[in-house]
Ligand binder design. Structure first.
Ligand SMILES: Nc1ncnc2c1ncn2[C@@H]1O[C@H](COP(=O)(O)OP(=O)(O)O)[C@@H](O)[C@H]1O
Ligand SMILES: [Mg+2]
Length: 391
């Protein structure tokens, strides 16, 4: 009997897709096949009820689970893989796969598994349990960008990471994509001799242990930092693939992945912007910075970075003498101002000079104004995700 449920098969392998169609096409006449690279663009438009996600030999697939879980939270996902690897099986389970079938043998069980999934869908009547909505595999990737150096990207990313980690239950990974010395190590007062590049041999099978083996932990807040390589020659060997793989894998293990970007637009920055859920733009309240923002938005348009529902402004270094207010910014640009951070030069300089992170413990007293402003920003961010999971 035909089932009234949309089945989406995601695989690079056309033969595999055809084989699945032959097996279950009669039961699931609403059958669609797309390639893994089309998932990000197509999944929310297609709104499948069931997804069969086939992991290819190079390991792509598992990393798409978080997207699917986010974009179509009610869909049930059956994960097909050729690799009997206990860590990947664990990760697939944690990211909410309905079932896992090992190829080639277990493909014969697919029809049964799908029928079971249909029953579950009917029972749940598509109403999801809100308590589980903010779980594994749905980490938020947030980039920090500005067209102008010295705007405060690195300082804000570091302080927000500490704040989220200390004031909530979230786990935070801070990634420095300024190749060759980005400065996050200074703001976190840690040093690291490892970087993204050291993940090269395991890029296709990244898990939490791999990521942890190249991060350094800031001892007060426990934020993990993935530092930029100190060596220019190593930096040159970092590719878009490094960035894409690490961000996708990190979503499985961290709630927030904060990515500090350099001013120049590189293919690595572009990849991070493509992957991100939030594009934070740090703007100082002056006319030149506003003009730069206009140019950056033109550039995004030209290179195809879509700001819709993602682009958010943080005003930084606000003082009594500021030429421009949040209201002015809102009048000129159709994007929300989600943070307003004050100039706090004296205090911040003291922290930096003494080699101290701005946040050290929960419920700290006497925090500098800047740190309190960042707390408000963290509150907005945490509130947003709470809204998302409640809806
Ligand atoms: N709100 C602020 N108040 C005072 N100093 C700030 C503030 N924001 C940034 N700074 C200072 O400005 C300088 C540049 O900041 P940084 O975060 O490194 O900029 P970016 O990463 O955008 O190039 C640093 O010395 C930092 O301490
Ligand atoms: Mg910086």
């Amino acid at each position: 009997m035909a089932v009234d449920a949309k089945l989406l098969v995601v695989t690079e392998d056309h033969t595999q897709a055809e084989d699945i169609r032959n097996r279950v096409g009669q039961t699931f006449p609403q059958f669609l096949h797309i390639l893994p690279k089309e998932v990000r663009r197509e999944i929310s438009r297609l709104q499948p009820d069931l997804v069969v996600l086939h992991e290819t030999k190079d390991g792509m697939g598992l990393q798409l689970l978080p997207y699917i879980a986010r974009e179509v939270p009610d869909a049930l996902v059956v994960f097909l893989t050729e690799r009997r690897d206990p860590i990947r099986t664990r990760d697939a389970n944690r990211s909410g796969a309905f079932d896992i079938l090992f190829l080639p043998d277990e493909i014969t069980a697919l029809e049964d598994v799908l029928n079971r999934a249909v029953k579950v869908l009917q029972e749940k009547n598509v109403k999801r349990d809100t308590a589980t909505a903010f779980t594994w595999g749905r980490g938020n990737v947030i980039t920090f960008y500005s067209g102008k150096g010295g705007s405060g990207r690195s300082l804000i990313a570091a302080t927000l990471a500490q704040t989220l980690q200390l004031d909530s239950t979230a786990g935070v990974l801070l990634v420095d994509l300024n190749l060759q010395y980005g400065g996050l190590e200074t703001y976190m007062n840690v040093t690291s001799d490892r970087s993204l590049y050291d993940l090269t041999p395991v890029l296709n099978e990244l898990n939490d242990n791999h990521i942890r083996s190249v991060t350094v932990v800031e001892p007060n807040s426990q934020v993990e930092l993935l530092a930029s390589p100190a060596d220019a020659e190593i930096a040159e060997q970092i590719t878009e693939e490094h960035v894409e793989r690490v961000l996708r894998a990190a979503r499985l293990y961290y709630d927030y992945i904060l990515v500090d970007l350099p001013t120049e637009m590189t293919t690595l920055s572009y990849t991070a912007l493509e992957e991100a859920d939030h594009l934070f733009y740090v703007l100082t309240p002056d006319a030149p910075a506003m003009r730069t923002l206009g140019r950056v938005l033109d550039l995004f348009d030209k290179i195809g970075v879509d700001p819709t529902d993602r682009f958010e402004l943080i005003l930084n270094r606000i003082s009594r003498d500021s030429e421009i207010s949040a209201k002015d910014v809102r009048e000129h640009f159709p994007y929300p101002v989600i943070g307003e951070l004050h100039e706090d030069a004296k205090k911040i300089q003291q922290f930096i000079n003494r080699g101290k992170p701005i946040r050290k413990s929960r419920k700290e007293r006497g925090l500098p104004v800047f740190a309190r402003d960042v707390q408000k920003l963290a509150g907005v961010l945490l509130g947003k995700n709470a809204d998302k999971s409640a809806s």
